[in-house]
Design a protein around this ligand. Structure first.
Ligand code: HEM
Length: 218
């Protein structure tokens, strides 16, 4: 099969990384926009959580799509990393590290840290038995966010995880542009700046929520 053969190639795996990366990036932006409704107050945020659940089968399709994207992203990353290791004699490793940016060298551990964070985050704000629900069984998202981030340790964990997310996104956005061949002496510095700025805005928006809870909701 042609698709299977394409996936076997390095180019195919890079395409899978890029395509699933774009999907996950889209989720991170959408999720941030949803989370920022925290600033509109309890009614708005809780209504948002309720409306999402009213989507029913569509919500489950999105969740399964997201899970598939995460699994493909991780499996392509591990395979590319293995191929890269096989292709490169060990005495070249230092050379590669020196030539690559801090963000790109951290990709292979910012990724696993983010996967751990997502597991903790699902327990903390979506699945845990400690979470509050209204009489109809819909989550009281606002109250759960305030209770969750009132614990400075949990807030601290999120802030650290968001810094890793920032690094991961910065390099991810940048390498996606490289994969599609956008490498131009005039535009490359601009693309790098866009990658840094986008990642910084996402991190700042996300971090603002635990910080706001710690400062104003105690
Ligand atoms: C400070 C930052 C964040 C806050 C305040 C936050 C908040 C929340 C809340 C309140 C929920 C539950 C929503 C509901 O039950 O309707 C949730 C779910 C979720 N979050 Fe986050 N989140 C943050 C960062 C992230 C990041 C960075 C990721 C992924 C990289 C992420 C992935 C998810 C996923 C996958 C779900 C489950 C969605 C579902 O099953 O419908 N979150 N988040």
């Amino acid at each position: 099969m042609r698709v299977a053969r394409l996936y076997d190639s390095t180019v195919g795996k890079k395409a899978v990384m890029a395509a699933t990366g774009v999907l996950l990036f889209g989720f991170v932006i959408t999720h941030l926009l949803g989370n920022l409704q925290f600033y509109l107050g309890p009614e708005a945020l809780n209504a948002y959580g309720r409306n999402l659940r009213h989507l029913g089968a569509l919500l489950w399709a999105a969740r399964l799509g997201l899970l598939a994207a995460v699994l493909l992203h991780i499996s392509a990353a591990v395979q590319l990393w293995r191929l890269n290791k096989q292709a490169r004699p060990s005495h070249y490793e230092k050379l590669t590290a020196a030539g690559s940016s801090y963000a790109s060298r951290t990709m292979m551990w910012s990724g696993p840290i983010l996967a751990l964070f997502i597991g903790y985050h699902l327990y903390h704000l979506t699945l845990g038995a400690h979470l509050l629900h209204d009489a109809d069984g819909f989550p009281l998202v606002y109250q759960n966010v305030v209770a969750g981030f009132s614990d400075p340790l949990a807030s601290g964990l999120y802030i650290v995880a968001m810094s890793f997310l920032g690094m991961h996104l910065m390099h991810g956005i940048w390498s996606m542009f490289q994969s599609i061949g956008w490498n131009h002496p005039k535009y490359t510095p601009l693309i790098k700046r866009i990658a840094v700025l986008t990642a910084a805005l996402i991190v700042a928006g996300n971090i603002s929520i635990p910080v706001a809870v710690l400062l104003f909701h105690q």
